[in-house]
Design a protein around this ligand. Structure first.
Ligand code: AMP
Ligand code: MG
Length: 397
């Protein structure tokens, strides 16, 4: 089977993702990583009033330089009285500017003499944060389909919003397969066994998208048990994600069981790590059959399953940013697939370099855990030290 380039596979897979319409109004404090079901606008100005950006003295700029009586004290959270003409108000950061004052002078620049203060000259507007500088009533705060990050939650809170309309979270069933797999915490490994890392790693990736995990555990390499578990998973969730058993080995039963209970496209993706990947439906529920090697499972989830899940969720999948960084390593032999090399960044500015974190085997998780990002290498390309690379931060993958 010919290798399919990632953009082509993505286009075909994403074409099948139809957004779920269910929505729910939830409290802002629980909205982290959820996708907005509508545009949100501000109905107040932020800041709501002119206020001081510094601790100091509020004055009419025409009255300084000079020595002025301090006629009032305006801490944050109080309503100041109008400034008595020809005086200064002691003011603190965040306090409203008294009517009649148009500048704030830093306390460091003031000399206090009993009830008076000597102040240097000031420019009108100095150290004043204007009403509506940040947000005007009617401004759009978040877009439909936007994932709510901590900074967006802060922004919504700043206009007094305490609930938000979001799409109901997708439920995603996770199922791993392999006779060799033992769960962490289930005792010591026997001969031939390894710990199951994909189950928890995939579940964590799904939860970080704000979606719900239906944990189907690990299945032995037995076609009947895998088939039954796939049926249960298809009933219990909006989408099924499996790891392992989609390759061509005799013990790879996932693909056969999907074909028996639904339909399957097997993709030999032209990416490294990553081939093969199965996509289709089982009992009418969409399914991603990811490869079993842990780095392949992680990368194919991030590159293929994640954009599909986000679109199905009603979210806008934002393309991962790519940054130019010079290679701190050489790759003398060209590959036939698009490669995603695990790299760590060091140095800054001109001296910044991307270095390989270690073995690039798809079974090696340490080099993924140590990586800041992945360098994307086109098929047929070699890399010499100092060449410009495109690096996707892992946090954006
Ligand atoms: P498979 O795709 O089932 O042929 O598995 C490919 C490789 O990945 C084998 O070395 C498996 O032992 C390993 N593997 C499969 N599933 C997991 C898992 N859930 N956790 C850790 N390693 C796995
Ligand atoms: Mg296996």
């Amino acid at each position: 089977m010919a290798l399919t380039p990632l953009p082509e596979a993505l286009e075909r897979i994403l074409a099948t993702a139809v957004a779920v319409p269910e929505q729910e109004q939830i409290s802002l404090g629980t909205a982290m990583n959820r996708y907005c079901a509508g545009v949100v606008h501000a109905d107040i100005a932020v800041p709501p009033a002119d206020n001081s950006a510094m601790d100091g003295y509020a004055v009419a700029s025409g009255d300084v330089p000079g020595t002025l009586v301090v006629s009032q004290r305006a801490p944050a959270g109080t309503a100041p009285t109008p400034l008595v003409a020809g005086t200064a108000a002691r003011i603190f950061t965040g306090a409203e500017i008294p009517a009649g004052a148009d500048a704030v002078i830093l306390q460091e620049d003031a000399t206090v003499e009993s009830d008076r203060v000597s102040l240097p000259g000031a420019r009108p507007g100095q150290h004043i944060r204007r009403r509506g500088d940040d947000i005007q009533p009617g401004d759009q705060l978040v877009a439909q389909g936007q994932r709510l990050r901590p900074q967006d939650i802060g922004l919504l809170a700043s206009v007094g919003i305490d609930t938000v309309l979001v799409f109901a979270p997708l439920s995603v069933a996770v199922l791993t397969t392999g006779d060799e797999l033992r769960e962490p915490g289930s005792g010591e490994l026997g001969p031939g066994q390894i710990f199951n890392s994909n189950r928890l790693s995939l579940a964590a990736q799904i939860r970080s998208l704000g979606m719900t995990v239906v944990d189907m555990g690990n299945l032995p390499d037995d076609p009947r048990q895998i088939g039954e578990a796939l049926e249960h998973a298809a009933e219990a969730a909006d989408c099924v994600v499996t790891a392992g058993g989609v390759s061509v080995g005799e013990e790879d039963h996932v693909r056969g069981q999907i074909e028996e209970r639904g339909a399957l496209d097997i993709w030999k993706l032209a990416i490294k790590p990553g081939k093969p990947l199965a996509f289709g439906q089982v009992c009418g529920t969409p399914i991603f059959g990811l490869p079993g090697n842990p780095v392949s499972a992680f990368v194919t989830f991030a590159l293929v399953a994640k954009p599909w899940l986000i679109r199905r969720q009603g979210g806008c999948a934002v393309p991962s940013p790519r940054f130019p960084v010079r290679a701190g390593f050489a790759l003398p032999r060209p590959g036939t697939r698009q490669e995603f090399l695990r790299v760590r960044l060091s140095g800054s500015g001109e001296a910044m370099r991307a270095n390989l974190t270690g073995s690039q085997s798809s079974a090696v998780l340490t080099s993924l855990s140590e990586a800041d990002g992945v360098a994307v290498i086109a098929p047929g390309k070699t890399v010499a030290e100092g060449d410009w690379l495109e690096v996707i931060p892992l946090s954006a993958l």
